[in-house]
Each structure stands twice: as structure tokens, then as C-alpha cells.
Design a protein around this ligand. Sequence first.
Ligand code: GUN
Ligand code: FE
Length: 439
Amino acid sequence: MHTPSASCLKVMNDTLIGVDNNGIITAILEPGTDDYTACLQQAEHSKRLTRMTATQFMLPGLVDLHIHAPQWPQLGKALHLPLQDWLMNCTFPLEARYSDPEFAGAVYRSLVSTLLANGTTSAVYFATIHQQATQILADICVEKGQRAWVGRVAMDDPTQCPDYYRDTDTRSGLQQTEQLINSIRAIPGNHRERVQPIITPRFIPACTNEMLEGLGKLASQYNCPIQTHCSESDWEHQYVIDRLGKTDTEALHDFGLLTRKTVLAHSNLLTDSDMDTIGKHQSGIAHCPLSNSYFAGCVFPLRTALSKGLHIGLGTDISGGPSASMFDSCKHVISASRMLESGTDPEQAAEQRGVSDSRSNFIEAFYLATAGGGQVLDQRIGKFEPGYHFDAMLIDTSAKDSNLTVFPALDSDEDVFQKTIYGANRSNIRGVWVDGAQV
Ligand code: GUN
Ligand code: FE
């Protein structure tokens, strides 16, 4: 099953998916055709056939567009604080510890393994300011076979970042970023750059104008992807307007940081004109609904952004979002959209409470978690179609220790798909593949 568009669930029963030695899908063959029989026999004969049982099916691998790798030990902690206090009192002290490469290696191994076990075949990571620890994260992704984008965090503004966790100066921050672009691209075994560097200004408040300009130049010089936080919360959004006299989106554009390869996390408080600018540059948005309910103070206007044709995928925002599972992100896309639509304050009359036509659904949410993320990253991932990478997971609805219960007499294929999004956990994910290789 897969969602080739935001409004389409495609169920392909008893279908053969042909994958070449590079992990690219070569054919999707439905039963009853001559090719199907020949291909089935050939695959069986050459012992290259993987068969599914009656309770199993394949889904495309999940694409998590926004993860703070160093915050993994903090998952499920400190969520009672507002964003600024959470950063200053908990997150920056934790991230500062990644000056220790041994600590970094242990945490990053645990994180990458856990995400793969949850079906996250593509991951876009913020690391820390530390060059060595960032390199270690990229090395681990290559070793474990995850498709990944790994960014060294730039944060050099002494008025906003603590002394113990800040780039020593703008120049060295830019130099380390440039060195990592080269060293990550050159990791032995990094086939066809499955693991890529990504330029990562933390957010405008943490960076000087000089840093942001320098990073924009590096992005263009190296044709390198970019990620940052954009208009996440009222505090952050207003801070940028006060400092620069413009919105995050306008400022990022002026610094050369709004490109086809930009991933903007959150983007909750975009103006109409910001959305048009993002659309014009074909930049992408990482919608992080779970984290937004803790730190943003509002719900991302998903329906408006989709209706403008923007490229949108999902992020867990570990550890601002307290779950490693992109299935949880899907669920929260739906519940956040329903709350936006119906409104939240029972004191208000029903017709004044919400924003009409805001709701999302399970098919759209899964599309965003797979093919939508692929569109943001400009990669052929997230669908089962010829020419796409075979990044996939095998779901078993009959797995032990699972809350997923299928009643064949009552549940259609679409029901099984919806139940999987709401009820599947790690034990239902029996296998995960990236580029055709089991990881
Ligand atoms: N803004 C700047 N840094 C962060 C971070 O680590 N998490 C979130 N959610 N927002 C941020
Ligand atoms: Fe974040």
C-alpha cells in the first residue's frame, strides 16, 4: 500500500515489486500479466524473492524531516517549560555535552537504530556545534544504512547563546560547516551520497547577520541543502521582526537561505506573503504537530499551505516532540487539524470556535510522512513506482505484543491501513529496507 498523492491510497494486492542491484524499483507488476508470471518464476528460481504472508504488507519508509539528534536523551523530559526556558535550562546544557565524542557515539547509535526500527528510512538531523560529533552522526548513518541529512548547528550570537555553547566566532563556525560539507560527502561507503551534509543555522535569533550571510554563500557555492527553524513561536517570530524589521521567511530569503533544498521547521506563523515566497522558491516545510502543541502556541495552517501548493512533509522534532515514531506524527497531524477546524474554547459558540475546512485525514497524513517528505527533499522516495528508491517497511498486523487487531470479516484493506497508522508500533514493523538493502 502507498499514497502516491495526498488524496489517494493505492492498494496493490499480490503485486510484485522488482528492485535492481542499486535498490531502485524497476517494475510494479500486478497479477494476471505475462510479465508477472515470468518475473515471479525468475525471482523464485534465482532465490531473490521475498514473500509476504497473509497478515503482512509493505509500506514506503517514513521520512522524518526534523530531528534534533543530541536531544535524544531528553525525549519525554522538560516539556512543561516554555521554549526559551527549555532551550536555556535544559537543551543547551545537554547539547554542550557532545564535545565528548564517546558520549555522542553512544547516543547517536541508540537514536539511529531506534528510528530505523520505527520505520524511519530517511532522517533530517540537526546535530550540535561540534564538528567531530557531527561527523560521528554522519558516519553512524552510513554504517547503519539510513538515508540521512546531517547538519552541524551554527549559533554564534553572544547575546542569545550561552558562553559554554556557542561558536567561538563566526569565521570558525563557517569553516567547520565547510569542512563537514566536504568530509560527509567523502565518507567511505557513502554510496551516491545517501548521507548528505545540510547547512543548519539553528534559527535566526541564535545567529549573527554575518553568519547567516556566510551560510547562504556556502549553500550556493556547494549546492548544499539548508535547514532551520522558521516562525515557530510568537516569541521567536516577534524577535526576528524586532531585530530585522521583517519576518523569518523574508530574512532567510535575503540571506540566500531560501532555496529548492531548504527545509523550514514549523513555519506556523507565516503570513500569506511568506507562503507565496516559500512557494516561489519551492522551499519545503517540516510540519511538527506534536512539538507545536508544546512550544508553538498555535496550530500550523496545513490546509492553507497545501492549497497554495507548498511542499510539505512531517517531522517529529525530537525532543520538542516526545515520540520517535512518525506514526505518532501522522496521528497528531490529524488531531491538530481537527482542533483547528472545530476550535478549542467551549465558551465560544460552535460556529465561531474554529477555522472551517482545516481538517486532514489518515491518507493525507501518511502521504506527508512519505512522498510529501520526498518532495521536500527532491528525492524519489516515499512511493512504490518505477524509478523510486526501494525504501520500505514490512508491516505484520498479527505481530505479538501489538495493539493492532484486524478482524478480516469487518476490515477492508483501507481499514487495515488506517488501523496501522493509529495502532502500529515497533513490533508490527518486521523489516526495514533502504535502497533495497535490509537495515
Ligand atoms: N528553536 C531553536 N532551537 C530549537 C530546538 O532545539 N527545538 C525547537 N522546537 N525549537 C527551537
Ligand atoms: Fe526543532
